[in-house]
Write a protein that binds this ligand. Structure first.
Ligand code: HEC
Ligand code: HEC
Length: 259
């Protein structure tokens, strides 16, 4: 799916954007149809179910315009205007380029529609009261402007790690309000797994090299550090499908954030 851009490097088309954004991992229930939602995400505040993002008009996004889709990714607002929970990492997707959002939309709209209604969320009051999310957004949402990322390798890597890959949502840890801790990438806990700091990969008895990072991100295996386990495994499975240049860009960026 490499789409050559005249005068520029090959850039992944729809499937690549959706793989880099990990959309399928959250929007697919165990053994369920792809993108039809229903995966229960455990948050400190209760269980939030991912939605159906297949083009079914009743239970999915079949009636969503590309403008409504863009607003969901950029502002965390659903088509009917309700605010979405930040278990959906829109605080990262907000900086996706307009082009990438269009590619993701076109790709998802070309998937087979699946009619399935997802369970209601299991949240206690006041967290089940969505308007409160406006306060959360005021604290944590910094809307992006749709600009394309820079073309240099490190800039591309930063975009893939910070925006599409939303790596910080696991690797930064959460504060009491469910916001990501800063500084970013100091390590966190997800589903009982430790997501190690990404700022100290060059330390310890077996420092990661750039090549090892690229291999691990794409193949889920590092000869010196072993296989990716737990919630990291599906991330690497999705990255198996992206152009090699993209995981190399991520590795190049990760090298620049080492302490
Ligand atoms: C970490 C898990 C996660 C990832 C990754 C993720 N989503 Fe979601 N998404 C959710 C959850 C959970 C919701 C429902 C939030 C709610 O109900 O408030 C959601 C909601 C949405 C909605 C709103 C749908 C509706 O009917 O209201 C859209 C559109 C969407 N996601 C698209 C995407 C796209 C495109 C990607 C990849 C670029 C993606 N999501 C990646 C968890 C995720
Ligand atoms: C859903 C949560 C989640 C997401 C998203 C995620 N990671 Fe991870 N990551 C983990 C966990 C958990 C581990 C530990 C896995 C293990 O113990 O095998 C890990 C391990 C790693 C490691 C190995 C670190 C070490 O010291 O062993 C690297 C490197 C890494 N992740 C990079 C990334 C990058 C880059 C992204 C974004 C593209 C990313 N991760 C997205 C949860 C996540």
């Amino acid at each position: 799916f490499l789409k050559p851009t005249p005068g520029g490097p090959a850039r992944p088309a729809g499937p690549g954007v959706v793989a880099l954004g990990d959309c399928m991992v959250c929007h697919t229930a165990p053994d369920g149809p792809a993108y039809a939602g229903g995966l229960g995400l455990k948050t400190p505040f209760g269980i939030i179910y991912s939605t159906n993002i297949t083009p079914d008009p009743e239970t999915g996004i079949g009636r969503w315009t590309s403008a409504a889709f863009k607003r969901a990714l950029r502002e965390g607002v659903a088509r009917d205007g309700h605010l979405l929970y930040p278990a959906f990492p829109y605080i990262h997707y907000t900086r996706m380029s307009d082009d990438d959002i269009e590619l993701a939309y076109a790709w998802l709209m070309s998937r087979p529609p699946v009619r399935v209604k997802q369970p209601d969320n299991d949240l206690a009051f006041p967290l089940n009261f969505r308007p409160l999310l406006a306060f959360w957004n005021a604290l944590y949402l910094r809307p992006g402007d749709g600009a394309a990322p820079g073309t240099g390798q490190v800039e591309r890597g930063r975009y893939l790690v910070d925006t599409l890959g939303h790596c910080a949502s696991c690797h930064s840890g959460m504060n009491l309000l469910g916001g990501e801790r800063s500084p970013a990438f100091e390590g966190g806990t997800v589903d009982g797994w430790h997501a190690p700091a990404l700022t100290r990969l060059a330390q310890g008895s077996a420092p990661w090299t750039r090549a090892e990072l690229a291999d691990y991100l794409q193949g889920g295996l590092s000869l010196t550090h072993g296989a990716a386990k737990g919630p990291m495994r599906p991330v690497t499975e999705r990255l198996a499908a992206v152009p090699r240049a993209d995981v190399e860009a991520m590795a190049a960026y990760l090298v620049t954030i080492q302490q």
